[in-house]
Design a protein around this ligand. Structure first.
Ligand code: HEM
Length: 345
């Protein structure tokens, strides 16, 4: 059994203690709920949606996560054991808090809930960018407030160029814009062909901190570059997945990057990449979304059920505890967002 306080070796709390930091996060959670309200008003939504990742392209409950039989000895922790296989829920989404056509530039997300037993689940959340535009939770929330409710491309550009520097300062705004240009602007052909990163680290028991990622596995021929006609369909990413899943499984490989040291693989700064030259990703398992018809009545009912669930990096055990300022803030923030939209306040 690993030491329950070993995460403290790697973390630095804002305000000097977990208690002081929790007060900061409670305030950030209130601010995110305000963002959720603005999105609801500006997006003319019938009720509160997820404050981020409001629009889903897939929601299934029959995926499987299987750890490789040759899982390295040093990475065998908790449920991660050679050959162990679990059922998993998977939700794929666009990152905006307002459902928008898929052609609008955005990050894409994947949430995987690994069902180990009736009382043990592990939620893995990732987006298709290796680093966050925000180094910490305050920056993340400042950015979210500046962008809340921005609908048109012109409004987004004005807020990024004019409003954001006033709130976070010019150097931070410039860094955020650089990261977003590299990640959000890319046209996505298929969600099955994207790579997804946790961006922030978690503990992996005695192996120490890791960042995780999903790499696309062999899932059939590459998707055609979406032309203008295809992208005119506001749900073209879901339609592409539906076509693909009717023919074959969609597979991703789960990989881990291990912590090296605080300078090259920082725990507290989510805007810094963990270079693969320093920490090469190690493949540990396969996530398979099995071939199916996601337009069937049964699949549509499942997708609706998945919409009513919540995924949070804090649904896990101490062995796999989320690490770093950005991740620590998510305990309060995800709870506030999902409580409001699920009527559990
Ligand atoms: C940097 C790492 C992060 C990643 C990879 C990430 C990824 C995701 C994903 C994939 C979802 C969709 C979950 C679903 O399908 O239900 C999500 C939802 C959400 N995220 Fe994050 N996120 C990150 C950081 C943050 C931070 C720092 C905050 C706020 C401080 C935040 C706030 C939220 C909220 C409020 C939701 C909706 C929760 C709900 O209503 O259930 N995220 N995130």
């Amino acid at each position: 059994m690993s030491d329950p306080r070993q995460h403290e070796k790697y973390e630095q709390y804002e305000g000097g203690s977990p208690q002081a930091e929790r007060l900061v996060f409670a305030e950030l959670a209130e601010r995110i709920v305000r963002v959720q309200r603005v999105n609801q008003d500006k997006g003319r939504l019938s009720g509160p949606e997820r404050a981020f990742h409001a629009k889903a392209s897939l929601g299934v409950d029959n995926a499987r996560l299987r750890f490789h039989p040759d899982l390295p000895l040093g990475l065998r922790e908790g449920y991660a054991q050679p050959g162990a296989e679990y059922r998993a829920l998977v939700r794929l989404s666009n990152a905006s808090g307002i459902p928008r056509p898929d052609a609008v530039p955005d990050l894409r997300g994947i949430a995987v809930s690994v069902l180990v037993s009736d009382d043990e689940r592990h939620d893995l959340l990732m987006t298709n960018a290796p680093v966050s535009h925000a180094a910490n939770a305050r920056e993340f929330v400042d950015f979210a407030e500046v962008m809340a409710g921005a609908g048109s491309t012109a409004a987004i550009a004005w807020r990024l160029l004019v409003r954001l520097p006033r709130v976070v300062g010019r150097p931070t705004a410039a860094r955020m814009r650089r990261t977003l240009n590299q990640t959000v602007a890319r046209k996505v052909a298929s969600l099955a062909e994207e790579r997804y990163w946790s961006r922030a680290p978690i503990l992996w028991g005695d192996a120490g901190p890791v960042r995780y990622q999903l790499r696309p596995g062999p899932s059939g021929p590459p998707a055609a570059r979406p032309d203008r006609v295809a992208r005119a369909d506001p749900g073209y990413l879901r339609a592409e997945l539906a076509r693909r899943l009717r023919a074959r499984d969609v597979v991703f490989e789960l990989c881990l990057q291990r912590f090296a040291d605080e300078t090259r693989t920082p725990v507290e700064d989510a805007s810094a990449e963990w270079p693969e030259t320093v920490s090469p990703p190690v493949a540990v398992g396969l996530l398979t979304i099995p071939r199916q018809d996601i337009d069937s009545t049964e699949a549509l009912a499942t997708a609706r059920r998945v919409e009513q669930l919540s995924f949070t990096p804090w649904r896990t055990t101490e062995t796999f505890r989320p690490l770093g300022n950005l991740n620590r803030s998510r305990e309060a923030v995800y709870g506030a967002s999902s409580a409001r939209r699920l009527g559990q306040e």
